[in-house]
Design a protein around this ligand. Structure first.
Ligand code: FES
Ligand SMILES: [Fe+2]
Length: 452
């Protein structure tokens, strides 16, 4: 059976096991015991013991109390006093979670801006929101703000929102949901003007002669080369209509980072859907706490009771790929298979490292995306966008959004509660369960990025 650790901990005060049980665990573990929990999950009594050798669980049968103790994992929680190790390669090893300091240390975000958001492909927005040449929106990735636009040839381009003259911000903050339109990009400071391909198109007269400079002659003014003074362009690629940007000079291909996610999403008609609604939330915790929460469903039974009515949790599967993992939740039999963009009888929640998700489930023919953007080490923004075929929302599409919002609010409560504990610094390194392999992959990728 799948034990819900939350439920166990909440019932830990019920009573302590009898001495015979503790003695049995001593013989099994051959290590001193640090703690015991005794609780009830789904009417089954469970004993959990922690020792220096690991975590031990025992299902208590009425007729034979404490007959067996099974070591499920050798990994163990590390508390404040202990040293902190890096994430192990194997989920069953010790040190299987990202050390807590990487969630709580104020200096980590600066490192992530460089080594995570500065190195990997990051989702920027949806191409259908900028269908006409000249339409643009801005997107902040790490510590950089970008202009994402469609040029005169219909190509999507991305530039730093920084003027090539003296660094002024060029375009006001412009959300994808309310795009701006411009034939050219004109910096408001000294009116340098750039074409939609980023090249410098024109400068005001005062940049063409030296009339106010007694030390220069007009002949020595050569003008500004269009290409040498262009905006700084940033790598752009797409998965169907989903636009990704990469801030590094020499990125790995998006196809490599997205892997099978790219093939699977491109097999779906994502481009036939239009943006319907955006919900932006600010949440009080480190962004990786939410991403970790999104990536597992061990908390679903206890905390998403409406959601799990429509799925068969025990038949579900969590698939892990290199930079991408998928939560396949098998739909309950009575969920209508027509009400979905893909053919599988399941909800699919795709997570693409570092901070993007694509969500498809059987409440309506549509899909959603999440962007998990850090604001500070202790705060992030969740940007949730929803796409459907028609411009007017049907009852089913409203239900799709309502379901999503309910899941978000339930999860926000959980992650803020987890943050209350994590930020105390008492926990040095967590342990993950056997069905948190998706979380383990996320933590490994973070560690790999930090070590790069
Ligand atoms: S800083 Fe942009 S024109 Fe001068
Ligand atoms: Fe959740």
């Amino acid at each position: 059976m799948r034990a819900d650790p939350t439920a166990v901990v909440r019932s830990s005060a019920s009573r302590l096991p009898e001495a015979i049980g503790v003695g049995r665990i001593f013989r099994e573990t051959e290590k001193p015991l640090f703690g015991l929990f005794f609780g009830t999950v789904a009417n089954i009594q469970i004993l959990i013991a922690r020792s220096s050798g690991g975590i031990y669980t025992h299902v208590v049968r009425k007729a034979s109390v404490f007959q067996s103790v099974r070591c499920v994992f050798r990994c163990m929680t590390e508390w404040r006093e202990s040293g902190t190790q890096t994430v192990s390669e194997d989920l069953t090893d010790e040190a299987n979670a990202l050390p807590a300091e990487y969630f709580t240390d104020p200096g980590v975000l600066e490192m992530e801006n460089d080594k995570v958001f500065g190195q990997y492909w990051v989702y920027a927005g949806h191409a259908n929101c900028i269908e006409t040449p000249g339409e643009l929106f801005t997107r902040t990735v790490g510590d950089r703000q970008l202009i994402i636009l469609r040029d005169h040839d219909g190509e999507i381009r991305a530039f730093d929102n920084v003027c090539a003259h003296r660094g002024s911000k060029i375009v006001e903050d412009t959300p994808m949901t309310d795009p701006a339109s411009a034939k050219r990009l004109r910096c408001p400071y000294h009116l340098w003007t750039f074409d939609l391909d980023g090249e410098l198109k024109s400068t005001p007269e005062s940049f063409e002669d030296a009339r106010m400079n007694p030390d220069l002659h007009d002949e020595s003014v050569t003008g500004f080369d269009a290409e040498a003074n262009a905006l700084n362009s940033v790598h752009v690629d797409r998965i169907g209509p989903l636009i990704f940007v990469n801030l590094s000079d020499d990125p790995m291909p998006l196809a490599e980072q997205a892997g099978v996610m790219k093939d699977r999403l491109e097999a779906l008609p994502l481009g036939e859907y239009q943006h319907a609604t955006r919900i932006v939330s600010e949440v009080e915790c480190n962004w990786k706490v939410f991403s970790s929460n999104y990536s597992e469903c061990d908390h679903c039974q206890a905390n998403h009771q409406d959601w799990i009515k429509g799925i068969s949790l025990n038949e579900s599967e969590l698939e892990v790929n290199d930079y991408h993992w998928v939560l396949h939740y098998t739909h309950a039999q009575d969920v209508d298979d027509e009400m979905r963009i893909h053919d599988e009888h399941e909800a699919q929640f795709h997570y693409l490292w570092p901070n993007m998700t694509v969500n498809m489930y059987g409440t309506a023919d549509g899909y959603g995306t999440y962007i998990v953007d850090p604001i500070d080490v202790d705060r992030f923004q969740l940007i949730a966008d929803y796409y459907f075929r028609g411009s007017k929302l049907s009852d089913e599409e409203r239900e799709f959004i309502r379901t999503s919002r309910q899941l978000q609010e339930e999860d926000f409560e959980l992650v803020e509660r987890q943050w209350d504990g994590l930020k105390t610094g008492a926990l040095a390194q967590a342990q993950l369960g056997p069905n948190e392999h998706t979380v383990h992959r996320f933590h490994q990728l973070a560690q790999e990025a930090y070590n790069s």
